[in-house]
Design a protein around this ligand. Structure first.
Ligand code: ADP
Length: 363
């Protein structure tokens, strides 16, 4: 068993608020990914869990037991950082063996533990090499092996894949997920890459400016973002935000610059009316929930192609609508030149409405 509970954690550095009253539970054997921009407070959270940083307020509990005054060495958690910090003169075998030096293992138990880990990481054919003779991905596996060999109760990982190239990163994401399932241990993983968070996490915790924004399974965070920050941060092509006001007489959303007006379905009307100020709303729509058609096709908004980014399997269009650029994803076969007039049809069932004053989701 190893659940980790963070209660009301607060940490300041001078005037900087690194963490503000954070409460979060990492379940036993869960893969929880904390994601947020640089400076959000992710590393500070991880260091507080590990006992390397003392919070100003709040507590960290392992399996319900308060760890606040327990030294990092006896917390029985392992770290993996983006910097592998392998011993250059030691072989792969010796690097992985290092954490076992103070343990009372027989030689054969030691060998067994090391080779078990090496096989799980698929590096058992590299045991006699030194770090300089390994690729970046292999070095990262050795660093993981060193963390795994003690069989700690939990793993804390701080952007461990950052130094790998794009393809290796994608491969290691899937590997880490498999390893976590095989090890059957609790993982707390920190990254600024939302793709990693979505791909790996059982749950994703989104952090910004020291404040926890939302915690949930990846699909839930994607489909039901709690606020404008989460809506804009999660998603490989950003959600479009359209500033508008609600017209109660007509049941329409009218763009702030009067460029368009949209009839809104019933469920959005109640949401619009619950805003602090129905004159200050933000309509959110993801690029895949917009349909483009050449001019005079069915449309809610009219615009012109600004630029197109062909991605092979699909295209991403930037459409100029009034003074705004709206992103839309289309099949690769949908081709229009820059400047071409275009109609945009919104899938209203998949739109999001936000209170522009508080930033909170209304739907
Ligand atoms: P992240 O890991 O999300 O990039 P950090 O937890 O490293 O964020 O930092 C959160 C905030 O706290 C940042 O503004 C950072 O500059 C500040 N900070 C972190 N560590 C220190 C420190 N040792 N001294 C002063 N400020 C720090």
């Amino acid at each position: 068993m190893s659940s980790i509970t963070i209660q009301n954690l607060t940490k300041h550095y001078g005037r900087t608020v690194a963490l503000s009253d954070m409460t979060l539970s990492i379940e036993d054997r869960e893969f929880l990914v904390m994601v947020g921009p640089t400076g959000a407070g992710k590393t500070t959270t991880l260091r507080c869990i590990a006992g390397l940083t003392k919070p100003d307020k709040g507590a960290v509990l392992y399996d319900g037991e308060d760890m606040t005054d327990i030294s990092p060495a006896v917390r029985d958690v392992a770290f993996v950082f983006q910097n592998y910090a392998l011993y250059p003169r030691k072989t792969v075998f010796e690097n992985i063996a290092f954490p076992l030096r103070a343990r009372k293992y027989t030689a054969s138990q030691r060998e067994q533990a090391i080779m078990d880990v090496a096989r799980m990481l698929r590096i058992d054919h590299l045991m006699d090499r030194r770090p300089a003779q390994l690729s970046g991905g292999e070095q990262q596996r050795v660093a993981l092996g060193r963390a795994m060999v003690r069989r700690p109760r939990a793993f804390l990982m701080d952007e461990p894949l950052t130094n790998l190239d794009f393809q290796l990163r994608a491969e290691m994401r899937m590997e880490l997920k498999r390893i976590q399932q095989e090890l059957n241990r609790t993982f707390f993983y920190v990254t600024n890459d939302q793709v990693e968070a979505m791909a790996m996490g059982d749950r994703v915790a989104v952090l910004n400016q020291g404040v926890l924004q939302q915690v949930g399974p990846p699909q839930e965070v994607y489909e039901k973002p709690a606020n404008l920050f989460v809506a804009g941060f999660i998603g490989s092509v950003r959600m479009n935000f359209l500033e508008c006001a609600y017209n109660t007489d007509h049941g329409t959303l009218v763009s702030t610059n009067n460029h368009w007006s949209l009839k809104v379905p019933e469920h959005l009307r109640a949401a619009a009316q619950s805003a602090h100020d129905i004159g200050q709303l933000t309509l959110g729509i993801r690029p895949e929930d917009l349909r483009l058609s050449p001019q005079n096709g069915p449309g809610d908004l009219e615009g012109a192609v600004y630029v197109v980014e062909p991605l092979g399997d699909r295209n991403v269009y930037d459409i100029q609508v009034g003074s705004k650029l709206v992103k839309a994803k289309t099949p690769a076969t949908f081709l229009l030149d820059a400047g071409a007039p275009v109609s945009l049809l919104l899938n209203m069932d998949r739109t999001h409405l936000f209170d522009a004053v508080t930033g909170m989701a209304l739907t």
